[in-house]
Design a protein around this ligand. Structure first.
Ligand SMILES: Nc1ncnc2c1ncn2[C@@H]1O[C@H](COP(=O)(O)OP(=O)(O)O)[C@@H](O)[C@H]1O
Ligand SMILES: [Mg+2]
Length: 215
């Protein structure tokens, strides 16, 4: 077990987002967090990332967990001056020793960005930008990664490329994955389990058994 969530509830003012959520995530699992817009997926992730406290309830990650996080997509200004490499390096120590440089190069390679490392972030495609965010997160050497709508604005080819990368991280590096998405067919292709957040409650099951139809 890598995460245990107990009776987790969240309200904004008087608006209940969800109440009494209970679920566990297994180490090495690939879980899609599904649900219509506005049901609280990002809120749940923000709570798990300790960016905000829940109204009540608790959750616990296993002791050796190291979290990586790719936030919900927001576009980067076309004028944004940093290269992909410099952007990824923002999450590395300021002093770029040869060891740090090697580590950055390694993550650029892992995310298939090495050849375009000098492209400006502002000029990069949506898929390249998302892979750069992923490379940034990987610099912390996480063993669990949370991605919030990482594929939402990508074309089909870029989507598949990102998902293959995530599957590789899971298969080869034992990464536990929690992937927020709207895209049920994509989740069916790449994820093993689902959490479905709707009407303030959560349902958990095997992705292949997911019957929901929404949007
Ligand atoms: N900081 C906040 N203050 C007040 N309401 C919020 C805040 N963040 C989210 N909400 C509300 O909580 C609900 C869930 O939002 P969100 O977690 O972003 O949903 P999702 O990611 O599933 O689309 C929405 O009704 C949203 O308006
Ligand atoms: Mg969201």
């Amino acid at each position: 077990m890598i995460l245990n969530v107990k009776n987790l509830s969240m309200k904004f003012d008087n608006k209940v987002v969800f109440k009494d959520l209970n679920f566990d995530l297994k180490k090495g699992s690939m879980t899609a967090l599904l649900g219509p817009n506005g049901t609280g997926k990002t809120t749940l992730i923000n709570i798990l990332m300790k960016l905000m406290p829940p109204t009540s309830g608790s959750f616990k990650f296993s002791d050796n967990v190291k979290l990586g996080y790719v936030p919900q997509f927001r576009n980067i200004d076309a004028e944004y001056p940093l290269s992909i490499k410099a952007f990824v390096g923002l999450n590395a120590p300021l002093i770029k020793t040869s060891k740090v440089k090697q580590h950055i190069d390694h993550e650029l390679e892992e995310t298939n960005l090495l050849e375009i490392q000098n492209t400006r972030m502002g000029e990069a495609s949506g898929g390249q930008k998302q892979r750069a965010y992923l490379a940034q997160a990987l610099l912390d050497e996480p063993n669990m990664i949370i991605l919030d709508e990482a594929t939402a604005s990508l074309d089909p080819v870029a989507k598949e490329e990102l998902m293959k990368l995530i599957k590789h991280l899971n298969r080869e590096h034992g990464m536990t994955v929690l992937f927020v998405t709207h895209d049920v067919p994509l989740a069916k292709k790449y994820m093993d389990e689902y959490l479905y957040l709707n009407h303030q409650t959560i349902e958990q099951g095997k992705m292949s058994d997911f019957k929901g139809d929404y949007e």
